[in-house]
Design a protein around this ligand. Structure first.
Ligand code: ADP
Length: 393
């Protein structure tokens, strides 16, 4: 039950990946549109400067002077005189290009299309000089592969951070809800025996009941309800200690010896139901002795509480594994996942009648989590239950 929740991790990873994809695509579109406009603006400015100065004496030198911008110089028929990025003699006639046709009529022409030479979406701006020659400035408006990679890293980081924030928010909300539920459950669990104690105490205090046997019966009920109250309070304190206290120094705990101590402590209860507690194996775990004792105690206690008269409870230790098996009433399949929840009982009245607090397995779960272990239950109604705890897997 203390397995990692892979379903949730997968869902979380999918949401973050989806957000990264959407944001990368949107940024790509936004940057693409913006780049085209920026390239247009800068080429138009360069063309204006060119027209204003209009004193080119050597076309080749002029074309070579540009770096990021492709510059091509044409004669009045559209033949290439010079180009700073290609061998001009190999370039064909450009008289049919839209920017050339426009520049022939208006002295200025532009176009945006995929370049036949580079294959990239390119902005072309062309002006007609006084000499009758034409200068065309061209620059790619497409985003490079490197740009997308450069953009991906901060977007992924941003999505991850936002995802983490949302996760913390959800976890806080869940914890808040769990705390409220716990407080409500605790109040209910304490109120029930206290109400009984008050009722029986009032009955005897009035002096109306004179029958000695009846008074004795009420007093016994007061004692058993007080025991229940005390057991619940002790378990709540144990649980809160497990949750909040820092782990003290760990020592090698001899689980066989702890199991033997538990058998001694619970022998009288087992004898009452004619149940045999068997202990076998050798084992040790690096932990604090107290929580390991409570873990084995709670599992064995459950084996007896929910065991059948004349049956058995076997505690087997093997290295870092502890298994507690009984041949008792078993747990219905639908309840197996839930029995670790605080105050969850399969049969509430049966648990109360047997002195259960509903916190035994919650304490087991917290102990196992504290020492980074796992706990699994196999159970069949009418056949029995096996609880396997594995530490340091
Ligand atoms: P409780 O104090 O009621 O025993 P636990 O947290 O120890 O509380 O167990 C939760 C519930 O799980 C119990 O009320 C019982 O219904 C069921 N359960 C636990 N252990 C066993 C077992 N060995 N056999 C049958 N049912 C069990």
């Amino acid at each position: 039950m203390s397995k990692t929740d892979f379903g949730f991790i997968r869902k979380y990873a999918l949401i973050v990946a989806f957000a990264v994809l959407v944001l990368t695509t949107l940024s790509f579109i936004w940057f693409s549109l913006n780049k085209e406009r920026l390239v247009f603006d800068s080429l138009q400015t360069a063309a204006k400067v060119l027209l204003a100065s209009d004193n080119i004496s050597d076309y080749r030198d002029f074309a070579k002077g540009f770096r990021d911008v492709r510059v091509t110089v044409f004669d009045g028929r559209g033949d290439v005189l010079a180009d700073n990025q290609a061998e001009h003699s190999a370039m064909g006639n450009h008289a049919d290009r839209p920017e050339f046709l426009e520049a022939q009529t208006y002295g200025y022409g532009d176009d945006v299309r995929r370049s036949e030479t580079t294959g990239k979406r390119t902005v072309y701006v062309m002006v007609k000089l006084k000499s009758g020659s034409y200068v065309r400035l061209a620059q790619s408006a497409g985003l490079s592969y490197e740009f997308v990679v450069w953009m991906f890293a901060p977007i992924a980081f941003l999505c991850f951070c936002i995802g983490e924030l949302i996760l913390v928010f959800i976890k806080n909300k869940q914890m808040e809800r769990m705390r409220q539920e716990f407080v409500a459950n605790v109040s209910h669990e304490l109120k029930t025996p206290l109400t009984s104690i008050k009722g029986f105490a009032e009955l005897t205090a009035t002096g109306l009941v004179t029958d000695v046997e009846a008074v004795k019966g009420y007093q016994e009920k007061i004692v058993s309800q007080s025991d229940r109250l005390l057991a619940t309070i002790n378990d709540i304190l144990l649980l809160s200690k497990l949750e909040s206290a820092k782990t003290k120094e760990r020592v090698a705990v001899d689980t066989r010896s702890v199991a033997d101590q538990v058998r001694e402590a619970l022998k009288h209860l087992a004898d009452e139901k004619d149940i045999i507690i068997q202990v076998s194996g050798e084992g040790s775990v690096m932990a604090e002795p107290g929580p390991i004792y409570h873990l084995i105690y709670n599992l064995t206690d459950n084996g007896i509480k929910y065991g059948k008269g004349g049956g058995f409870v076997k505690i087997t230790v093997d290295g870092k594994k502890i298994t507690v098996t009984d041949n008792g009433i078993g747990i219905p399949e639908k309840d197996v996942e839930r029995v670790f929840e605080r105050f969850y009982r399969v049969d509430k009245s049966r648990s109360a009648e047997r002195g259960g607090t509903g916190l035994g397995l919650a304490i087991v779960k917290h102990t196992v989590q504290k020492y980074k272990g796992t706990v699994t239950i196999k159970s069949a109604v009418g056949a029995g239950t096996e609880v396997l705890v594995e530490f340091d897997k």
